[in-house]
Design a protein around this ligand. Structure first.
Ligand code: SAM
Length: 285
């Protein structure tokens, strides 16, 4: 039978992104989600969970650099980092590049994503294949993991899938309260929080939920080609440091393909339609 020639992620019933593929490399139903790995002509190999494009070999750095280095470069001494989700290893790879980071805990609910990333995405998962002593990989629910820690982490990075299936609980006030307690007194969290163009309700709701728990909540964004409408939001919530005024540490890992000290500040400068969405709940799309 002829191989399926395309994969499509439907952001909603009216909008999809289609990629031409040369091969569906692997496909399985794990206890948590449907996992697909395909070779695409445009972006190389891609990881798809429950039909949602997660990361690709060609564009992964646009996301992994921005979700990792923006929080780490504004914290004066990020020694202990928790990554929730991140089973593909891309965020762990970036976090481990910071010499000041002494402990990295990664907690992904699905061991199959970790194992398949190690096998099929060696450039993204490389620190999982050859973990430095400071990296500890846990397989479990990040919600439960965060609940059992108090006053411990400097930075928590929620590199989760979308607010469907196992990831849904990571977008709630309850979880943000657990994350708040798991942080040290000057800690901060960052979460991937979908598209401010195609998933406007989610972005608005997360901003409101985080503001109910943290005093400083700022959205920033990056351009991620495989995500709907390319513009992708991250929400940073902090106990002490405000990203708009915080100093940037000098010891930036090199080289970078996306992140730079100028982007550390400019990524928080938001278009008016995004400010209207966050502060007034006005949707433009
Ligand atoms: N959007 C990200 C990217 O571009 O790299 C995807 C990162 S990773 C593939 C998303 C991970 O979140 C998945 O491996 C999934 O198993 C994990 N996940 C979802 N819900 C979780 C939970 N409650 N606790 C821990 N991990 C979870």
């Amino acid at each position: 039978m002829e191989e399926k020639q395309y994969v499509t992620e439907w952001a909603n019933e009216n909008l999809g992104l289609t990629l031409k593929i040369t091969k569906m490399v692997h496909e399985e139903q794990s206890p948590f989600q449907h996992i697909q790995i395909a070779d695409t002509l445009q972006y190389g190999r891609i990881l798809i969970l429950d039909g949602v494009f997660q990361t690709s070999v060609k564009d992964e750095w646009t996301y992994h650099e921005m979700i990792s280095h923006v929080p780490l470069m504004m914290h004066p001494h990020p020694e202990r980092v928790l990554i929730i989700g991140g089973g593909d290893g891309g965020v762990a790879r970036e976090v481990c590049r910071h010499d000041c980071v002494k402990q990295v805990d990664l907690c992904d609910i699905d061991g199959r994503v970790i194992a398949l990333s190690q096998e099929y995405f060696p450039t993204i998962s490389k620190v999982l294949n050859n973990p430095p002593a400071k990296l500890h990989v846990h397989v479990g629910d990040g919600i439960a993991f965060a609940k059992q820690v108090k006053d411990f982490y400097d930075v928590i990075i929620i590199d989760c899938s979308d607010p469907i299936g196992p990831g849904e609980g990571l977008f709630t006030r309850d979880f943000y309260r657990s994350a708040f307690s798991a942080l040290r007194e000057d800690g901060l969290i960052v979460q991937q929080t979908e598209s401010p163009i195609v998933q406007q309700q989610t972005v608005h709701d997360v901003f409101e939920a985080m503001n109910d728990v943290f005093t400083i909540v700022r959205m920033y964004y990056s351009h991620v080609p495989i995500y709907p409408a390319c513009m992708h939001s991250f929400m940073l919530a902090s106990k002490k440091y405000d990203p708009l005024t915080a100093d940037i540490r000098k010891d930036m890992p090199q080289p970078m393909k996306y992140y730079n000290p100028g982007i550390q500040k400019s990524c928080f400068v938001l278009p008016n339609f995004v400010k209207e969405l966050l502060y007034k709940g006005i949707k433009s799309f």
